[in-house]
Every structure is written in structure tokens, then in C-alpha cells.
Ligand binder design. Sequence first.
Ligand code: SF4
Length: 159
Amino acid sequence: MAKLTVLCQFNQGCLGCCGHDFDSLEKIKEAIKRNTQEFESINQNDELELLKFRDRAQSYDLRFGVCRNLIEKNGRLFCPLHPALHQERDLRDGHCDANHLCRTAKEFANWSPDQQKQFLQFINDKHLDNIGYSLQIENNTLLKEFLTVQFGNLFTLSL
Ligand code: SF4
């Protein structure tokens, strides 16, 4: 998962950088379901248990392309190791590249507040579920489409 950007938790959460070479939609759902079941079986208030959960697999040992730590709660995708959930202690340290920022988020960070608002509305209008949203953030589809609508094809060529 990336540095903090509103896109990470927009549209019920993004898993775009919490894996790679994603399998089919059904397999992605299965991976998240199994991750969530494993997470729910531990004492989530115990940091050692959380670290044990994290270390039950190497970071490269993905489940159908999805990091084994990525879970879903109340329809929202997130990482239970994120510092926002642990008084700013980052339990991902040493596991994944927590400083990674995807191409879409990097571009988004450089836009004006007005352009950012338009992009969020553009996403809302698509009515994507969180996995569809994640995949289209990860492969730059939403970014390219948005820039094409705003500026024409010229701006998509550099991506
Ligand atoms: S540890 Fe958390 S932030 Fe890192 S890739 Fe896995 S789910 Fe994403």
C-alpha cells in the first residue's frame, strides 16, 4: 500500500499496490476472504499476534497475486498493519515497500484541488466496486481516461 493519499481509501479501498500479477476476479475475492478469515482468528489487540500474522508468509508469497495481509471489513479493503490503526507505528516495516506511490497517486498529488475533486467525481460516476477500482488504478486506466476526457489524447501518450 502507498504513502498516504486519499485514493488508497477512496471507493471502499484500493489493493492496487498490495500485490501484482493478479489472478481472476474470483480468485482475488477468494484471497481477500481467506486473508480476512485468518486475520479474524487472531487477537487483533495484541501487537505480537499482529506481527505473527504478518510473518506467517514472506512478502513475495502472495495469494492469487494478493498480499496475504490485505483484508476486507464492512466492505472496505485495507491493511491491518497500517500506522493509522496503530498510533502511527507502522507494522508493515520490513515487510513491504510502504513508501510506494502508484503512478495515479503521484499524478493526483500534483493536481489542483479542483482537478482532484473532478477526478474523484469521475471515479464516483463509474460506480466501480473496490476491486474494479483497484485494478483500474493499478493499471492507470482511470488516470488515462480522465486525462483524455480533460485534455484529449495528447496527454495520454506520455503514460
Ligand atoms: S503488508 Fe499491507 S500495505 Fe503492505 S502490501 Fe500487504 S496489505 Fe499492502
